[in-house]
Design a protein. Structure first.
Length: 681
């Protein structure tokens, strides 16, 4: 691969497609579609033959539903599909989505990719892979390499996260997407990685969790039967639009409940807004998620793979970020899963570090039917049709992939598979307590020594991981990048407003890990570096004499302080608050004499946000002090910009127990500085 070329990795999903670029400097960048790294896999063909994809297709479907196909991937076994009055080959539908990706890649990088990799389910056979390869050719991507999705996930785990999978051990890939669930067991091989076992559920995914929210809404508004009939069976454009608004609102509520304790759901036609809590959502979602955990356990048992051979359980797919998914899986297997910030991007990015198979398989020429006359080219959104500035010949804003939050490895003392079983619904998985010899003080896997290559990854690609100068460019290239990003920011602000720009900025900030972002906060204290012995994780009853006040880690009470955006009016027990920090919470403390307007300004940063809590703390050296596990920042005023940066970098990242919640289990919600030893014998 030349010094000015790049690779393109595409995860063509059932409901959404993600794509990433790997630049010549070895850095990753996710493509954005309408300010999101996810492109809806939907295709629309209008009466005049106009082809739209993604959100454009979904909007156009409101006026012409017959021309809409939401999930082309599910039609992979069909030769043709009727949309409106047109019969189209499935390769054309899939190719339309891939063409949209190719167009965006060329717009961003200024040239076609030198190499293209597309992922597919591990269970796909030759016929399905041939359809995918032909669709890539019709999209102008040439002979794309093909990689099984779990292999791409394993490559991400080993290369991007720097997690070792030693020979003889396996990685469990738990892939909960929007439309399907797949579980695979992958192990290192001479060629990279091989899939030992793979199975899935075609009727389980994020859409089913959306449906659970809709069912709950129906159950509490049962008197509006006529309106629900129109939502279930729309017969005109107005009702069709109301139905789409309902399901979009359900999806948005699900995503909000993955981050916060509550969300509002507005039901069109019924003209009612429901207030949903995470407890209500988890009660509805539990049966769905228990099926995925049960299938994971059954797959391991049937494959004859004991717990001792498992290097990790890796959650991928956008729906896997739901906290209950990790909790149920942990409870079932006795192994704490690895969870990252953006699991929906893992497969696309990991594909770029995977050994690939050929796009054209032996015998495909004879098996693939001759292509039909091509439908018109995909119409890209206006924002994606601007000419590429000359300075954008190289990738404009390279970025490294996000680092994973630390995970708690499996405890050897847990019973083997034959005795593993999920406890009754509503219980919480106990945290694993024993870290392997390779784990760091916080239970985080340490990166391999400099110059080493993760096992199972081809050396030419693995050698680029972690190299370079931290995402910074030098000379004229840096000036061009800054100018282009500034110009794009102006356009984005004008089109979508500040809230949308914040989302855009977050996705563009992947050039730094959360640890990097934290390290750049002026005045922050990282006790993991300055005093790691103060961060003992032991559970302890009764009062604890902490070395630092307020404490940012260390031994703590087995019961944790509720951290569902709670603003406590009086001091709370540090012993409970530190346990909340272990779960990933940020604890804001302030001097009792802080002016009321300053207290309220801090409270607005806490209320309604899961994994946040706030309380007065007598004796502070500064008016305000923020704590996350292992980190502390003191400030004089509530408008100090470092406060928001601290929260954004560390909330749910500085955690020893990813996947645990603040909403269930041994919760303390009272004030008072004396710890409450609930459950002590």
């Amino acid at each position: 691969m030349g010094s000015d070329t790049y690779r393109l990795g595409i995860d063509f999903g059932t409901s959404a497609t993600a794509a990433s670029l790997l630049g010549p400097d070895g850095r990753l960048r996710s493509l954005l579609f309408d300010v999101s790294p996810l492109l809806a896999s939907a295709v629309f063909v209008g009466p005049d033959g106009t082809v739209l994809t993604g959100a454009d297709a979904e909007r156009a479907a409101l006026s012409f539903p017959a021309g809409f196909e939401a999930n082309p991937k599910r039609r992979i076994d069909d030769t043709t599909v009727w949309l409106g009055e047109r019969e189209l080959r499935v390769t054309e539908l899939i190719g339309a989505v891939l063409q949209r990706v190719a167009t965006e890649a060329r717009r961003v990088a200024g040239r076609p990719p030198a190499d293209v990799v597309i992922t597919h389910p591990a269970t796909w056979g030759r016929a399905r892979k041939s359809v995918l390869a032909e669709a890539a050719r019709q999209a102008g991507l040439g002979e794309a390499g093909l990689v099984p999705e779990p292999v791409a996930a394993a490559a991400y785990f080993a290369s991007v996260l720097d997690r070792q999978i030693t020979p003889g051990r396996c990685l469990v890939v738990y892939d909960l997407g929007a439309g399907t669930f797949d579980v695979s067991v992958v192990r290192p091989s001479a060629a990279g990685f091989e899939v030992v076992a793979s199975t899935g559920l075609d009727d389980v995914g994020g859409l089913d969790l959306d449906a659970a929210i809709v069912r709950h809404a129906r159950s509490v508004t049962g008197s509006a039967g006529a309106q629900w009939g129109r939502l279930d069976w729309p017969q005109d454009p107005a009702d069709q639009q109301a139905r789409q608004l309902l399901w979009r609102a359900a999806r948005a509520a699900k995503e909000q409940l993955s981050r916060h304790a509550a969300a509002d759901l507005t039901i069109p036609l019924v003209d009612t807004t429901l207030h949903l809590t995470r407890e209500e959502f988890e009660k509805a979602a539990l049966p769905v998620l228990e099926r995925t955990a049960a299938l994971t356990l059954a797959t391991l048992r049937e494959s004859g793979i004991p717990r001792e051979e498992i290097s990790g359980v890796f959650l991928v797919g956008g729906s896997s970020r739901i906290p209950l998914a990790a909790t149920v899986l942990h409870r079932t297997l006795g192994i704490a899963p690895t969870v990252i910030d953006q699991p929906e991007l893992v497969v696309a990015e990991g594909s770029l570090f995977s050994p690939v198979g050929p796009g054209r398989l032996p015998g495909d020429e004879a098996a693939t039917p001759a292509p039909a006359p091509a439908i018109p080219a995909v119409v890209a959104p206006a924002a994606n049709t601007h000419p590429v500035p000359s300075g954008m010949a190289a990738i404009a804003a390279p970025a490294t992939a996000p680092a994973a939050p630390p995970t708690t490895p499996a405890a050897p003392a847990v019973a083997p598979w034959p005795n593993a079983a999920a406890p009754p619904p509503g219980t919480t998985a106990p945290p694993a307590t024993t870290a392997p010899a390779t784990a760091g003080r916080w239970g985080m896997a340490q990166p391999p020594a400099p110059g080493t290559v993760a096992p199972g990854v081809a050396a030419p690609y693995a050698a680029t991981v972690g190299t370079g100068n931290g995402g910074q460019r030098s000379g004229g290239a840096a000036t061009t990048v800054i100018a282009v990003i500034a110009a794009v920011a102006v356009v984005v602000l004008g089109l979508i407003g500040f809230a949308g720009y914040q989302t855009y900025r977050i996705y563009q900030d992947k050039s730094r890990t959360w640890q990097d972002r934290a390290a750049q906060i002026d005045g922050i204290v990282n006790y993991g570096q300055t005093d790691p012995d103060s961060l003992d994780q032991a559970h302890s009853w009764g009062p604890i004499n902490y070395k630092y006040q307020p404490p940012a880690g260390g031994p703590h009470n087995p019961n944790w302080q509720r951290c569902l955006g709670d603003v406590y009016p009086a001091p709370i027990a540090s012993e409970h608050a530190v346990h909340s920090l272990e779960h990933g919470a940020v604890w804001i403390t302030y001097h009792p004499d802080l002016p009321a307007d300053q207290v309220e300004a801090l409270a607005t940063k806490v209320r309604g946000r899961d994994f946040m809590l706030m309380s007065p703390f007598p004796g502070l050296r500064k008016p305000i002090s923020l704590q996350a596990w292992g980190y502390q920042l003191m400030a004089d005023r509530a408008d100090d910009r470092r406060i928001d940066t601290f929260i954004a970098a560390l909330r749910q990242n500085a955690t020893l127990e990813p996947g645990t919640t603040c909403s269930s289990g041994s919760i303390i919600s009272e004030t008072g500085t004396t710890p409450r030893d609930l459950g002590k014998n």
